[in-house]
Design a protein around this ligand. Structure first.
Ligand code: MLT
Length: 324
């Protein structure tokens, strides 16, 4: 068979294979790796997204909680997964802070992933265990400074959003606290409620239900403006922490090399989710905001991750903190 016919045959075979994949994908359940323990904000957001995307894809979307080391264990698990469209990763600003906090990451943050799109922006709240003898932020601040060697601050590990918020908070008030790392802020919340750990800065997807049921004390929100879900809770900015403005972005990724037909279907399913009223309502109830569809794109997520690495690296380097 001459060369030209061989090339033609190969091309038509590849075209056929791609078409079949595009028509058939997904033929089995998809797994989204969540680099944090079940019950926390990343897990909660992913479960809501999985249900919405599963409807569009007409396929089950499962969650694999792989917490620990500020999310880097789960991120690496997704980076090393088969790039076949059946393993994804949902994570947040921790993707951008970890390169500055870990001297040796087992994955390349920018190049080991394909990008599907941004998912939702989630504000944070500063909360404490109920026994804290402070009824507002000013009282909490003086109590915390006076007891700085006794109080403990919970995080989901170095590189997590709760860790980043704590870093900014401690830097702003010029006071260090002992930090207690968890595999996610789901388990951390249990200890805040139980009083085993004193305070945390965590995403509203985890804190709003506990604040509303009176299980914890809340001292402020980390956004520049108050939240519709917590209208009576002042911002930290209003209470003297000038410039404190932190919202946790969340993105959906796939291991590098995932076939384009699969990526295209995943982008379409994500965009359908962020535009669905049910998804928007479920997130609004806990103070989170799905992104506008223009941000639920690969280019938008890639640009965001790059700009966030550029933003947080010098800030983190100044603290001299390293996880390893
Ligand atoms: C964090 O970044 O604080 C954690 O990812 C929160 C969580 O457990 O989802």
């Amino acid at each position: 068979m001459n060369r030209a016919r061989e090339v033609l045959l190969m091309t038509s075979f590849l075209l056929l294979a791609t078409t079949v994949l595009a028509q058939e994908y997904p033929v089995k359940p998809i797994v989204i790796v969540v680099p944090a323990a079940a019950g926390g904000p990343t897990d909660t957001l992913t479960r809501v997204l999985a249900a919405a995307m599963g409807e569009t894809l007409k396929q089950t979307v499962l969650i694999d909680n792989a917490g620990g080391a500020g999310g880097t264990i789960g991120i690496n698990k997704a980076a090393k997964a088969r790039a076949d469209g059946y393993t994804l990763l949902l994570y947040h600003v921790g993707m951008a802070t970890s390169p500055a906090l870990y001297r040796k990451l087992p994955y390349d943050t920018l190049n080991d992933f394909d990008y599907i799109g941004q998912v939702a922006d989630v504000p944070m709240t500063l909360i404490a265990t109920k026994k804290t003898p402070a009824s507002n932020f000013a009282e909490f601040l003086s109590y915390a400074k006076a007891n700085k060697d006794k109080l403990t601050y919970a995080t989901a590990g170095v590189g997590s959003a709760s860790h980043l918020c704590g870093l900014i908070f401690m830097n702003t008030i010029q006071t260090e606290f002992t930090t207690v790392p968890y595999k996610g802020t789901g388990p951390a919340m249990n200890d805040i409620i139980g009083g085993q750990v004193d305070f945390i800065c965590d995403q509203t997807t985890n804190t709003v239900p506990q604040i509303k049921s009176g299980n914890v004390k809340v001292y402020g929100v980390t956004t520049a403006a108050r939240l519709a879900s917590l209208p009576d809770v002042p911002t930290l900015q209003e209470q003297g922490l000038a410039g404190f403005d932190l919202v946790v972005w969340n993105g959906l990724f796939a291991p590098r090399g995932t076939p384009k037909p699969a990526l295209d279907k995943l982008v379409a399913a994500l965009q359908a989710a962020v535009q669905s009223p049910a998804f928007r309502t479920r997130l609004a109830d806990v103070g989170a905001e799905p992104v506008l569809v223009a941000k639920a794109t690969p280019d938008s997520l890639r640009a965001l991750l790059k700009s966030e690495i550029d933003k947080w690296t010098p800030i983190i380097r100044k603290t001299g903190i390293y996880a390893d």
